[in-house]
Design a protein around this ligand. Sequence first.
Ligand code: SF4
Ligand code: SF4
Length: 441
Amino acid sequence: MSTSEVQAPKPRVERKAPLPPAETMHRRTRKRFHLVFFLIFLVLPFSNLMRFDIPRQRFYLAGFELWISEFAILFFAIMFLMFLVTASAILYGRIYCSYACPQMIFSEWSQAMEAWGRSVSQKLFPKGTARKVTGLAIFYAVLAIASVFLAFVFTSYFVEPRDLLSRLLHLDLVTVGGITGASVTLLTFLDLVLVRQKFCTTVCPYGYLQGMLQDRHTLLVNYEDPDKACIECGKCVRVCEMGIDIRKGPYQIECVHCGDCVDACEDVLRRLGHPGLIQYAWGEAPAGTKVREPWLHRIGLRDAKRWVILLIMLFYLVGLGIALSLRRPVLVYIASDRSTLYTVQADGKVVNRVRIKLANRSPRATTVRLWVDGLPGAELALPANPVPLALGEVLEQTVDLRAMPWADAQDVTQIRILAQAQGDRAPDATELTFLMPLPRK
Ligand code: SF4
Ligand code: SF4
């Protein structure tokens, strides 16, 4: 190898120290929660975990098919949900809005789709008006398909999904269900295109309610700049999808406590070797107070009021559990029909009329066996016993209860009619009286 072929040493490149890792990743965490809550939103109505079936007047909760008449269960369920929302607002501020609300999830998704449509059209048509038109066309096409899907899921909270699917496949625009489905689809599309987060600051009552519920210990996003380190870069304002400046105060009604501005400020200032100026805080706690607090305080249980709310929630949850555990899969209602006190047949048997109502609230077809206690030789004139009941069937009948008077029979005899559904451990007992003619002296 000649000396001319010896290459000159490469100039040394000064490498800058790598940036310190970002300390806050609220947006990434939030997106993961969005995925989880989106899946929950999809699963709830299809698995009967939660659905208010309006045409059938049934409420599905945790797999139970509840009837509108089952007041105790509905009461405990509604009260529990109400206190759950209240507790989450008092303890964690608008964490529901930013982490779990479908409106927020779909609004942010729609914004991401708009940006994606623009980037695709930019690659296809680097110049010209075709770029803008294509971007919008892609965006609207994706949103139209998504609107049909989301409206279907949303309407499934109120109509049985298979019934709804058949209406959709038949493009039903005539019946009330079909027109409702089409209207919800249109509203969803307009919401995703035009409304988005404006809904949170105009229509949604939860944002206003939050203002009343929060107190000096509620988790919020706070800006504090004791060292005057803000460089006025404005990134915290640009990333805010609610369009506000958190530096103007933590109690702005638009703020959904999403933490995007926390990430943004942290990202800017860590490059300059400073900590971020915006952070989550329990109330307006002064920044920089790094005192280790007890773990109960760190999860938000910071005063007696919070414990009381949790205890009330627990009370309703236990009440709901008890009401569900006491629930019978078949509703049995039995009463005497006293339009005629009694009749006497030609063969001497005395007949009383009894009104029977059986309602199958279980998730499958079943049978109910009925028998009489305390009336010797009693015959309950049912067409079939056990009585077959189809899924959701309500059977109402007035039947004859016959018995032959016995030697020391009284004019009024206390009896019980028992009903036991298939799979029930114990029968339902209804106390009645059986009337007979006065014994002749
Ligand atoms: S101010 Fe910050 S926390 Fe509040 S909504 Fe805007 S980005 Fe989210
Ligand atoms: S991101 Fe931080 S440094 Fe930039 S303007 Fe907002 S508060 Fe100031």
